[in-house]
Structures are given as structure tokens and as C-alpha cells.
Design a protein around this ligand. Sequence first.
Ligand code: UTP
Length: 288
Amino acid sequence: MIRKAVFPAAGFGTRFLPATKASPKEMLPLVDKPLIQHGVEEAKAAGIRDMIIVTGRGKNVIEDHFDVSFELEATLRKKGDGLLLALVQHVTDGADFFYVRQNLPLGLGHAVLRAMAMVGQEPFAVILSDDVIDAEVPVLKQMIAAYEKHSAGAVLAIQKVPREAVSRYGIIRGKRIADRVYRVEDMVEKPKPEAAPSDLAIIGRYILPPSIFPALLATKPGAGGEIQLTDAIRALIGTERVLGYEFEGVRYDAGTKLGFQMANVAFSLKDPDIGPGLLAFLRKEKSP
Ligand code: UTP
């Protein structure tokens, strides 16, 4: 059973500067919810209760967001605004939040390693909330089903990407063992298109075994002094059954300005309150 999810949120988010100068990228809003809240809701929908957030600067904003706001709730209650009150209470309902600090952003692998004591000896999920996925069945739920069905040791979310884009991702080499499921044989970080073993890219959702921690401890820093998560997962391939799962859903790279705006447009269009107005606006902008 997967009971814990780790949310690395300590990166500098340089692609969004100056917005991320004092506030973490994970707090940027997708329509009306911070990116990290979308991630937390996905984890809740997959039956996870313990949310472990790896923070850097801007820690207080994230902690305050996932805490009861007594004054706000009292004011809304006094006003009799039940709808907004429920919206605010929903943020903290059904989950427990734990925080650990990554003082220096030494890479995604290092961020996950910071959660070692809180995770302990059990499998856990990792969610990168800047990978936004619009899916009918939440992606982590899909992955847990595959994890259980195929007795996996680890499951990586994967997606086909255009050949010319492979150099932005970790790419797997694997054997297809079932519909949407690949047995991972190797992984290459950011290969050139001609050297890529496939067009299956690793996306920001993982189910990992606790053996990832000793593997991370043994991982030497790579480019830029960062400890890469993919290097540690690669080291597990010999001993753990590492699967790639091609999820159902549309993914937006909300870690880039363009992907973030596209996610906002897509999610806003689906919102019954603002969708029609936005659509009318976009049509007008497009027409000659
Ligand atoms: P990114 O590669 O998007 O890096 O991290 P970043 O620092 O957030 O953004 P840019 O590239 O400077 O614009 C992917 C995820 O891993 C977390 C980030 O917060 C993000 O959720 N991360 C990355 C950490 O928690 N610690 C790190 O040292 C690096």
C-alpha cells in the first residue's frame, strides 16, 4: 500500500523569475489553486494521506497554505459564506502535512533523499507538481493500479514525446510487457535525438521502493553538482522490477512559461464559471 507522497518543492524556479524570487514556483496558481494543491489532490485521490513537502525558500507560504486559517474561516463563517468556507477547508481536509528542508537545491535526487527519515522503510510516491496532468483517472491512481497488478518494485510515469524533444527528458529503454506497461532496462538522461533509445520520456510521477535511499546516498553528483534521481533509479534496475507506465491524460510542462500558460488556458476553458468568457475572448483575438 502506498501511504506517503513526497513533493519536491525546493528548486529555484529560475525560469519564472522574477515571480519566483520570494515565492516558490509550486505556489503559482493554476486557475485558482496553487500547482502543489493540484498535486496534493491527485495524491489524496490515490488514497494517500501523508504529504511530505521538501521546501526551500518560501517555506512559510506553503506551510500556511496547508494549514487551517482560523481568522479567514471565522470571517467566512460570520458572513455565512458556506461555499467559500468549504473551499478553504477542503485544502487541508483528508491529509497530514510534513515538511523537511532542503537548504541547498542540489538536485531532485537530493530533495527526495531529504525525505528519507519521514518515508522510512516503505514504498512511496513522488509528485513533481510542475508536471500538470489533466486526466480522467488521476495519474497516480493509474500508476498504483499498475504497481499492484504487475508486482512492481518501482513505477515511472512515461509519455511519448516528439523525437526532437527527447533531449529535455530522461528517456527509457524498455520492453513492452502489457498495454501501456514497459519493463525498464535502462535510462538515459537528456540524450541527443539520434542517441535516444526510445521516445518514451519520464514525467514527474514516481512510485519508488525504500531501496532508492541507499541508491541515492551512493549516487555521485552529476552535472552542476546535482544528485539526479534518474541515476539512482538506474542503479535499482538490476535488483528491483522497474516499470514504465504510459499514463492516460494530457500533460503540461508547467515548469516553463509556455506550458504553464497552456495549462491555465486548458483548465480555465473547462471551468464552467470562466470557460465560456475565456473562449469568447480567445475567438475574438484569433479572428482577423
Ligand atoms: P526543475 O528541474 O523544474 O528545477 O525541478 P527548478 O529549480 O524548480 O526550476 P528551474 O529549472 O530553475 O526553472 C523539478 C522539481 O524538483 C524540485 C523543484 O522544486 C521542482 O518541483 N527540486 C529541484 C527540488 O526540490 N530541489 C532541487 O534541488 C531541484
